[in-house]
Design a protein around this ligand. Structure first.
Ligand code: DGL
Length: 269
């Protein structure tokens, strides 16, 4: 492992690509190795111990592939398995989760008011966002709602159509979500329906997409650990899934147009 080694990124499926894409934008010379655990998708309705088991195996696999840092590009895994992943990585491989950078960003950018959080059942039931947000800024009122249909819907390619609009509408029209100042997209799949969410609110609510904030945090962590790649490094991207499907291959092309060689890694056999 050296400074030109790849950053390891994982999620249950396509969602983490929203983070990978932003890391590519922010750090264009960095190489990445992406793992989508499509054999176990969705993560959102699995128990915390199952998520920890999945995250541990994927982390070990990423380390075997000589990654220099690990980005848990999944809120559900960040909620349940951050410590597990950190323990496996040890002191020399920094781990970035998708929750802490967003909490910091919201606490700094909203002084008071009502903040909504949407995410998978696992993330919302862990209460990680209200706990950490209240700790960072006690004046914020945090309201959370699980939106379990959204990740599978996005994974199936349903966005920007009447079905996705109607599902989004039914979740966001709940009374508790009235008069929000900001809405955290607490699942890395949701930036793919960000436009529809903004349209629902007629741009009245600030929608917080973690991908950009996490990419910034990743740059900072690499810098602090003196792990940034050399200025003339040529980025290489490798994409793996635990269960190959043509539909996933098509989805990866939304993000990384030409350079998407999608391979299957049967790490669970
Ligand atoms: N993208 C993931 C998250 O941020 C997981 C979605 C799922 O697999 O349920 O939580």
């Amino acid at each position: 492992m050296n400074n030109n080694s790849p950053i390891g990124i994982f999620d249950s499926g396509i969602g983490g690509m929203t983070v990978a894409k932003m890391i590519q934008k922010r750090l264009p010379n960095e190489s990445m190795i992406y793992f989508g655990d499509t054999a176990h998708l969705p993560y959102g309705d699995k128990s915390p111990s199952t998520i920890r088991h999945y995250a541990a195996r994927i982390t070990a696999w990423l380390i075997e592939h000589k990654v220099k840092a690990v980005v848990i590009a999944c809120n559900t895994a960040s909620s349940h398995a951050f410590e597990t992943v950190r323990d496996i990585c040890g002191p020399n491989i920094p781990v970035i989760n998708v929750i802490d950078p967003v909490v910091k960003h919201v606490a700094e950018n909203f002084t008071t008011g009502k903040i909504g959080v949407i995410g998978t059942k696992g993330t919302i039931e862990s209460k990680v966002y209200p706990r950490r947000l209240k700790k960072a800024n006690s004046k914020l009122q945090v309201l959370s709602q699980s939106t379990p249909l959204l990740a599978p819907m996005i994974e199936e390619g349903f966005f920007n159509n009447t079905i996705s609009r109607s599902v989004i509408n039914s979740y966001l029209s709940k009374k508790t979500f009235n008069e929000l100042q900001g809405l955290i997209l607490g699942c890395t799949h949701y930036p793919l329906i960000q436009r529809e969410i903004k349209e629902y609110y007629a741009n009245d609510v600030r929608v917080i997409d973690s991908a950009k904030v996490v990419a910034e945090a990743c740059a900072k962590v690499l810098e602090e650990h003196q792990l940034l790649c050399s200025a003339n490094a040529k980025a290489e991207y490798k994409f793996y899934v635990s269960d190959y499907t043509e539909s996933f291959k098509r989805s990866t092309k939304i993000f990384f147009k030409k350079s998407t060689d999608l391979l299957e890694a049967r790490i669970w056999d």
